[in-house]
Design a protein around this ligand. Structure first.
Ligand code: CO
Length: 141
């Protein structure tokens, strides 16, 4: 059942599954050696205090994340929970529109407005406490 007030299909693809790791090179080697996967992009994202390696899977990515500073949220995540699933990025056509729709639906957002993400994307994060325990990133390519 779809209510008349629900927005129509804002999520167009699973953009990436983000996994926090202690050693980026070791994690990359794991995906290469275990699955024959290939890293297609690597970037330090200063704003978030992380370095990422993107492993391409069909039209999506596995985003391996490691902290570059002790006060990054990923460093805190690793200290508290250890390695593992950190967030899921959903692709959207228009990040501002999707963020507004989520806010209008009463979802708490971490970003109040869209901001630059890695590889030239525009992103916004929604709070896991508002999203059944999953940190959600809205990604506009
Ligand atoms: Co991400």
């Amino acid at each position: 059942m779809t209510g008349a007030s629900e927005p129509a299909g804002l999520l167009t693809e699973v953009d990436h599954v983000a996994i926090a790791v202690n050693d980026l090179d070791a994690a990359v080697a794991f995906y290469e050696q275990t699955f024959g996967a290939r890293v297609v992009h690597r970037e330090v994202v200063e704003h978030d205090g992380v370095e990422e390696a993107l492993v391409k899977v069909a039209d999506s990515y596995i985003q391996l994340l490691t902290p570059t500073s002790e006060d990054s949220t990923v460093a805190k995540f690793l200290a508290q929970r250890g390695e593992g699933l950190h967030h899921v990025g959903f692709r959207v056509a228009d990040c501002a529109q999707a963020l507004q729709a989520a806010q209008d639906a009463g979802v708490r957002s971490i970003d109040q407005a869209p901001r630059p993400g890695s590889r030239g994307t525009t992103v916004a994060f929604l709070h896991p406490k508002s999203a059944h325990g999953t940190l959600i990133e809205l990604v506009e390519e």
